[in-house]
Design a protein around this ligand. Structure first.
Ligand code: NAP
Length: 252
């Protein structure tokens, strides 16, 4: 089959490799936010589509058979566009949705709807480990009464204020790494997005062990779509895709 994967996650890279090995023709699309992304097997499309219409056209023009949404759990707009565009192009869609992290017993996370609410949860003089990427920093930049250790794959476009320290880093992160970081910077609060998965989970264990307060930004509610919980579940579905999704491509 000819498959378009909406990527930007480790699972998307794994999927591209597994589907290519199964002799599917795979294209992965990346938003283009990272200048040196992990390059998946198969073809690559870098950059946005231009909304639902753009993605629909891309699916039709490319004569794809299947759309897999393997974007980050917080990429709600892309996931919504995938639902609309797959329907408009008349093709099956499957979303890879990894399980969210769950709060440990006596974990006492403070939950936040978004970055604005998360920033409000921080007390004055907090020393904060910020692991939300480099977008949506504004509410934290407004908190001149706190200090921030910002971990991001790449530096934000604008210079950071003096109460910010940038810690470049690309997952996966280990528990010893996270423990030493939290200790070294005497972190009092961790702000995280509930991305789920194993690659960035060690910070939660480290926070729990060191009694660092956790402010967790909950996942956005995504447009309903058929979902699979991981790479193996996606492969299982694709392996059993009905013949209608396996159109022959010998004739135009
Ligand atoms: P978004 O708000 O859902 O997407 C905004 C627009 O970016 C989409 O409408 C689309 O533009 C384009 N886009 C997003 N993913 C794309 C992909 N895989 N291929 C082509 N175009 C894509 O998502 P976001 O702005 O990327 O991020 C939202 C949140 O997710 C942020 O909080 C971010 O930290 C987190 N996140 C995202 C990624 C990622 O790779 N996208 C990775 C890690 C974390 P058009 O409408 O013009 O097609």
């Amino acid at each position: 089959m000819k498959i378009l994967i909406l990527g930007g996650t480790g699972e998307a890279v794994e999927l591209a490799e597994a589907l290519t090995a199964r002799r599917h023709r795979v294209t992965t699309s990346l938003a283009g936010r990272t200048s040196q992304p992990h390059v998946p097997k198969g073809k690559l499309h870098v950059g946005n589509f231009g909304g639902i219409e753009g993605l629909t056209k891309f699916l039709r023009d490319g004569r794809f058979d299947y759309l897999i949404d393997a974007t980050h759990p917080f990429a709600a707009q892309m996931s919504a566009h995938a639902v609309e565009a797959a329907a408009a192009a008349g093709m099956p869609l499957l979303r890879l949705e990894r399980a969210p992290w769950t709060e440990p017993a006596r974990g006492a996370w403070r939950h936040a709807r978004d970055e604005v609410e998360a920033a409000r949860h921080l007390p004055a003089s907090a020393t904060v480990f910020l692991t939300i990427g480099r977008q949506h920093l504004k509410p934290f930049i407004a908190r001149t009464d706190c200090r921030f250790l910002l971990r991001s794959i790449e530096a934000p476009e604008k210079p950071l204020p003096e109460n910010f320290v940038l810690q470049p880093g690309r997952p996966p992160f280990t528990l010893p790494n996270e423990l030493s970081l939290l200790r070294h910077f005497a972190i009092s609060h961790l702000v995280a997005k509930n991305s789920g998965g194993s690659q960035t989970a060690a910070k939660l264990e480290a926070a729990h062990l060191l009694k660092v307060h956790v402010v967790m930004i909950d996942r956005p509610v995504l447009a309903p779509a058929p979902t699979a919980a991981g790479v193996d579940a996606v492969l299982e579905t694709i392996d059993h895709a009905p013949a209608s999704a396996r159109r022959f491509r010998f004739f135009p």
